[in-house]
Design a protein. Structure first.
Length: 192
């Protein structure tokens, strides 16, 4: 079994109600998919066979979700099982294992994945007024510089897409405030 310590961290950071659900789903997945490897994809734990996604799970403020790739969508939340608030909301373990094994078979029979190489996005030049605002607040500048290129790009796109100078100025002020707190551009949506 390929266990990923990042999944341990994800579960440990989840809300109290979510931890037993995530641990249960993890154990069911590993029993049903003995050769599965774990990974974090799209910010949530996934179970992979031969490098391909079979299933994933996520925890939110008031519920968890479990998705089996290629198994269709049902319920009122991401995943086939709707909003999972407790282990009792889940399907019978045997039924869940059958669905996971069917997904594994789909993955294994689909052949090798063809990966396309994406062209990198054009670099957005640093805006002088944004740089001046960052220089005025060293904590914001340090956070910005510690971010990945994609995280920095999120801020630059948001600022450069402003249609008026007033909007641009408000966005720069907001960006500097969030950066001083170490927040990514879309921090509000990270654990919802």
């Amino acid at each position: 079994m390929g266990r990923d310590p990042r999944v341990d961290e994800y579960i440990a950071k989840a809300a109290d109600f979510a931890r037993p659900i995530l641990e249960h789903l993890r154990e069911v997945a590993h029993r049903a998919l003995p050769r599965a490897e774990e990974a974090i994809k799209w910010g949530m734990p996934h179970f992979l066979v031969n490098g391909k996604n079979v299933a994933g799970m996520a925890a939110f403020k008031a519920h968890c979700t479990f998705v089996i790739h290629g198994d269709g969508r049902q319920g009122d939340a991401m995943g086939q099982f709707g909003r999972i608030g407790s282990i009792t909301d889940l399907s019978d373990e045997t039924e869940l294992a059958k669905k996971l094994q069917a997904a594994r078979e789909r993955v294994e029979s689909s052949g090798t994945a063809v990966r396309t190489v994406r062209k990198p996005k054009a670099e957005i030049p640093m805006q002088e007024d944004f740089l001046a605002a960052l220089d005025a607040l060293p904590a914001a500048k340090a956070s910005y510089e510690a971010f990945t290129p994609a995280q920095r790009r999120d801020y630059l796109e948001w600022i450069t897409e402003a249609k008026t100078e007033g909007t641009r100025a408000r966005r720069i002020a907001q960006a500097v405030e969030w950066l001083a707190e170490g927040k990514k551009r879309n921090w509000k949506y990270e654990n919802c």
